[in-house]
Design a protein around this ligand. Structure first.
Ligand code: CA
Ligand code: CA
Ligand code: CA
Ligand code: CA
Length: 348
């Protein structure tokens, strides 16, 4: 065995902890990175069709709303970046001519989040609540094809201040205002105008996801609805799944409870009981693509309600961590115990 000199030992004592710190901070960056959809969700793209699209292509209402939460402690400006905002060229689902226009609008100020019309899946009532900070409409545009458009800078205080949660909220609405094509895109909420740099402590949420499943057979996508302590049952609502495999719920109490599945241009609903030990945590709602009969280019809409008919938020970074079934090994069980001791604030 090699004998170390005193100098070598000192070096090792400095270098090894430094390396450990580098690795740790890298994985923390990864874990808290803010692409939307987030990496853990495994969803390649959000989808919004032009308002002349057929709902049988997988978008029920041609509109998608996301919320960005920024902690009150954030003092420097933030940016809302959209990847491939155009509708044409790469990625997008084009029928006939590239004739679709998608309007992205950013809202802040009083009511942007707190107006109940904003916290539901359908573009009805005062869902454009708050103060319009910015909007831009994209058609087919090589400049933004496979590229980024950046909204901002915004002061965090341009968002709606929700003191009880320690958060400013911004709202982003993507709406298909013309044409019949499907616009595929993603977001990144950043502290930089030109790069994707996470905003520490921020999160993204929506009350309805319209997204593209991966094409790879057997792929699993995840959504993480948050269950408050007053929830005793949930209903899942899925649209235009095209009978593409299974949907199942994993939680502390559920190992993969199966959900009712839609096929073509229809909604399917199923009710699922919630136990006390599933409250104040997230569910892992999984979309499992068929291995034997996978559907290409499958777009789907999804939302959930509680027993009062209220819509549940999905968080890109699941509150309380990714839920695991209680008997999935001792280590997972210990993580669960830790999770119950570390429950973060209620997003509603
Ligand atoms: Ca078209
Ligand atoms: Ca494109
Ligand atoms: Ca696009
Ligand atoms: Ca579909």
């Amino acid at each position: 065995m090699k004998k170390y000199t005193h100098v070598e030992l000192v070096k090792l004592r400095v270098i090894i902890p430094a390396l450990f710190l580098c690795i740790t901070s890298f994985s923390l960056n990864e874990a808290f990175a803010q692409p939307v959809p987030a990496e853990d969700e495994n969803i390649p793209f959000l989808v919004t069709f032009g308002n002349a699209g057929l709902t049988s292509w997988g978008d029920d209402d041609f509109c998608q709303t996301f919320f960005l939460s920024v902690p009150l402690t954030q003092k420097t400006p933030i940016y809302i970046r959209v990847y491939d905002p155009d509708c044409g060229g790469q990625f997008d689902e084009v029928y006939g001519p590239e004739d679709t226009k998608t309007k992205f609008s950013i809202y802040g100020g009083v009511g942007a989040f707190s107006d109940k019309a904003a916290q539901q899946p359908h573009p009805v009532g005062n869902y454009k609540s708050g103060t319009l900070l910015d909007s831009k409409t994209f058609g087919a545009d090589p400049k933004y094809d496979n590229g980024w458009y950046t909204f901002g800078p915004y002061n965090p205080s341009d968002g709606e201040k929700m003191t009880e949660y320690g958060i400013y909220y911004f709202k982003i609405i993507a709406q298909g205002i013309q044409g019949d094509d499907g616009n595929l895109y993603t977001y990144y909420f950043s502290t930089s105008a030109s790069e994707n740099k996470r905003i520490e402590g921020s999160n993204a949420a929506t009350y309805e996801y319209t997204f593209r499943m991966p094409d790879k057979p057997g792929s699993v996508c995840h959504l993480y609805p948050y269950i408050t302590e007053d929830v005793i049952s949930v209903q899942q609502h899925n649209f235009d799944w095209d009978s593409d495999g299974q949907m199942r719920i994993v939680s502390y109490e559920k190992k993969g409870e199966l959900a009712a599945l839609s096929s073509e241009n229809d909604w399917k609903i199923s009710k699922h009981e919630i136990k006390k030990t599933e409250q104040k945590s997230s569910l892992d709602f999984q979309f499992v693509k068929s291995k034997t009969d996978p559907k290409p280019h499958n777009n789907i809409c999804f939302h959930m309600t509680n027993q009062f008919g209220e819509f549940l938020p999905f968080n890109s970074i699941p509150i309380g961590g990714i839920p695991k079934y209680k008997y999935d090994g001792l280590i997972n069980q210990m993580q669960q115990n830790e999770r119950f001791n570390n429950i973060k604030q209620n997003p509603k």
